[in-house]
Design a protein around this ligand. Structure first.
Ligand code: FE2
Length: 433
């Protein structure tokens, strides 16, 4: 006689095998973890199909809403004025939309003229150091599709980048965004929303007339470690223990200390939001960023590989050392919600929850420049504190940060941002005080 689900749910669930570094036998480990996840879900009294369908219905309602809004001609991306964030006066409905969509444009984050001046200072910075003459081509696989002309500049330590990273305006927006997360739960403070780790990243300068193939739909939070390490198995615990209804994409529990599997596309830091600041005006149809603006879609992405139609040693294409792909083959419902940013002006910033599927649209014969500084929100937590040690060293020597290809163009550039130019936010972000 079958045991009623309620009785099963109170019994301890079977533990999951875990690999704190990349397993030697990857297909074998995938088969093993999938079997164990299914067994755990079954022991909770539910089926994988049932759990996936709960996650899918939640997402499906959001997709319908997005399609209807698009039909009505409404903008999909929420927009909030920087002035409202600074004044602590963000309207409740704007806040609700940010939480619902998981992405945001901050209007007027920096003055238009300030952003344009930073852009031209960046040009001076690279030209004064003969960057174009010495450029050796793309240093990693991920961006190699963009061509041999530099579009992504592997520079990290210019004055404009550091000025933006340590500015009060940046700190305020980062804190506002990180506070959307539940950072204090299960009796643990998972991160400090009011202190950012200044995660150094590159810049992009895409010139007028450029042709670009863009970047396909993908995610950045990690790869197989999301299923295979103990910390992430706990972070996604509700998906695997029969309580899928309680899955909260804004809960930082167990996400800020665990290991990442190494790879050329890895991000060592925990980012609440990815982001960039526009250094040129950009129209919405000029090869811009798109997202699937549904934070809870992560539940579908995590559960989909467990369904019976996916080969046993396949995680819907997710594997180490490559970005986490998400596309039509396994996620056609999600792809329908893919939505681009509105027109932005230099000085606006663009943000998306770290689990959102995103892409960069292709463009031919681009109108105007497409220039950005990548600056995410990476609040202080064990993972980011640990990475900050290597960032401090990279800052001191002008090296490429450890997450990026070791190109080290700036080591001999004398006009990079100096330690004496750091303010209190900069020093705190680098862990210097
Ligand atoms: Fe990405």
């Amino acid at each position: 006689m079958p045991v009623p689900p309620a009785a099963l749910a109170t019994a301890p669930l079977p533990p999951l095998p875990h690999w704190e570094s990349v397993p030697a036998d990857l297909p074998g480990a995938i088969r093993q973890v999938k079997a164990a996840l299914r067994a755990r879900i079954a022991a909770s009294g539910r089926t994988v199909e049932d759990v996936f369908s709960v996650a899918e219905q939640r997402v499906s309602a959001e997709v319908d809403e997005i399609l209807a809004a698009r039909q009505r001609g409404e903008a999909i991306w929420p927009v909030i004025d920087y002035a409202d964030i600074e004044a602590g006066a963000v309207p409740a409905d704007a806040l609700a939309r940010l939480r619902r969509r998981g992405c945001l444009v901050v209007r007027g984050h920096f003055d238009h003229d300030q952003a344009l001046a930073w852009d031209s200072d960046l040009v001076d910075y690279v030209e004064s150091n003969a960057f174009f003459e010495n450029y050796r081509g793309p240093g990693d696989d991920f961006f190699s599709a963009v061509g041999s002309r530099p579009e992504i500049y592997p520079v990290y330590w210019s004055a404009p980048q550091m000025q933006a990273r340590q500015s009060d305006r940046m700190a305020r927006v980062q804190a506002f965004l990180s506070r959307q997360w539940k950072h204090d739960s299960e009796g643990v403070a998972w991160f400090d929303p009011d202190r950012d780790a200044l995660y150094p990243d590159r810049i992009r300068r895409r010139p007028p007339g450029a042709d670009s193939g863009g970047l396909g739909t993908h995610l950045d939070p990690g790869t197989l470690e999301l299923w295979m390490t103990q910390a992430y198995q706990k972070a996604f615990r509700h998906l695997f223990d029969g309580t899928v209804e309680q899955y909260d994409p804004w809960d930082a529990a167990y996400r800020t200390a665990g290991p990442q599997y190494p790879g050329t596309t890895m991000c060592s830091a925990f980012r609440t939001f990815q982001g960039w600041t526009a250094l040129s005006d950009m129209d919405h149809d000029q090869g811009v960023l798109h997202t699937v603006p549904i934070p809870a879609a992560m539940a579908c992405l995590m559960l989909r590989p467990l369904l019976a139609d996916v080969p046993e040693d396949d995680m819907c294409g997710v594997t180490v050392n490559q970005v986490f792909p998400a596309g039509e083959r396994w996620h056609p419902l999600l792809m329908r919600a893919l939505s681009g940013i509105p027109d932005v002006r230099a000085g606006d910033s663009v943000w998306w929850h770290c689990d959102l599927i995103h892409s960069v649209a292709p463009v031919r014969d681009q109108r105007g420049w497409g220039n950005v500084m990548y600056i995410p929100a990476a609040p202080w937590c064990p993972r980011n504190r640990e990475y900050a040690a290597s960032v401090r060293e990279a800052f001191r020597t002008g090296s490429s940060p450890a997450d990026f290809p070791g190109e080290h163009y700036e080591r001999g550039w004398s006009n990079r941002f100096a330690a004496s130019d750091l303010n209190a936010t900069g020093r705190r972000g680098l862990g210097l005080e």
